[in-house]
Ligand binder design. Structure first.
Ligand code: 5GP
Length: 254
């Protein structure tokens, strides 16, 4: 790792300069955080699982023609991706009410929505990633109307793919968050799915039992996060053979 220049340190991932111009190496850490960084822990093996799971989802999207930043996985914790200009939005798709939507509207978690709903938060930790209407996004120049139409259509296609894939292994896709990047080919701009797709950024419930298999296990102290992610990886057939699986509790690193 020391060979590479770190260009960004995130909560769950660090980014390093890639081997060629226009590439970046994403390094998946074991750090978990919730409540905008108020709750923190190290969950051994989480980075390895998320690296594998994100690779699995990004490759699946590419196979059905949805563009992503993903190039290839390099090793247990690193993947090579194309350098993109991240649009400062969290694009959230919801199939069932949960989390902030359930709280904001007083809905019972798990209520089926009449159709998938796409919403946007402004990516800003200091402000707690506030929900923003499309009107703000366009007025403030974060994205154009055309970009927003493309982003909604991309998000709904990702939803169809992820919901179908998860349904096939007995898991309900309640909601998820993606980030979108701009990729420039000379003057031509393409929007691609960037960042990561993993149980850190989705709500995944077992269809039979309703058991949570995502980061809510950590956010709400519901048990072992690594057990939950391992279960998702196992069902999808992407469990790396040498993930260290520990019965120990997460280490708090306040
Ligand atoms: P909510 O708005 O209900 O908290 O989150 C909706 C969905 O987006 C959930 O699947 C949640 O995991 C994901 N999400 C929202 N904000 C973030 C974030 O800052 N980081 C990650 N990794 N996922 C997020």
């Amino acid at each position: 790792m020391a060979r590479r220049k770190k260009i960004y340190e995130g909560k769950a991932k660090d980014l390093f300069e890639g081997p060629e111009p226009g590439t970046i190496v994403q390094y998946f850490k074991d750090n978990a955080s919730a409540g905008n960084g108020e709750k923190k822990a190290v969950i051994e093996g989480k980075g390895v699982l998320n690296n594998r799971l994100s690779e699995f989802f990004m490759l699946g999207l590419q196979q059905i023609g949805i563009p992503t930043h993903f190039i290839k996985r390099l090793n247990m914790r690193e993947q090579l991706v194309r350098q993109v200009e991240i649009i400062p939005l969290e694009v959230i798709v919801r199939n069932y009410a949960a989390g902030t939507m359930a709280k904001r509207l007083g809905m019972e978690e798990g209520t089926a929505l009449p159709r998938p709903i796409v919403e946007f938060s402004y990516k800003n930790d200091d402000l707690g990633d506030p929900l923003v209407p499309e009107e703000y996004i366009i007025a403030f120049g974060w994205a154009s109307q055309q970009d927003m139409d493309d982003i909604v259509s991309l998000a709904l296609r990702v939803n169809d793919f992820l919901a179908g894939t998860m349904y096939g292994v007995g898991i309900k896709l309640v909601d998820f968050k993606i980030e979108i990047g701009r990729l420039w080919d000379n003057d031509f701009q393409r929007l691609v799915v960037a960042d990561e797709i993993s149980p850190d950024s989705c709500r995944l419930w077992d269809i039979e039992t309703g058991q949570k298999l995502d980061k809510d296990v950590f956010r709400r102290d519901l048990g072992s996060l690594s057990d939950a992610y391992t279960e998702v990886a196992k069902r999808l057939g992407v469990l790396p053979s040498n993930v260290t699986h520990t019965p120990h509790k997460p280490t708090l690193i306040n």
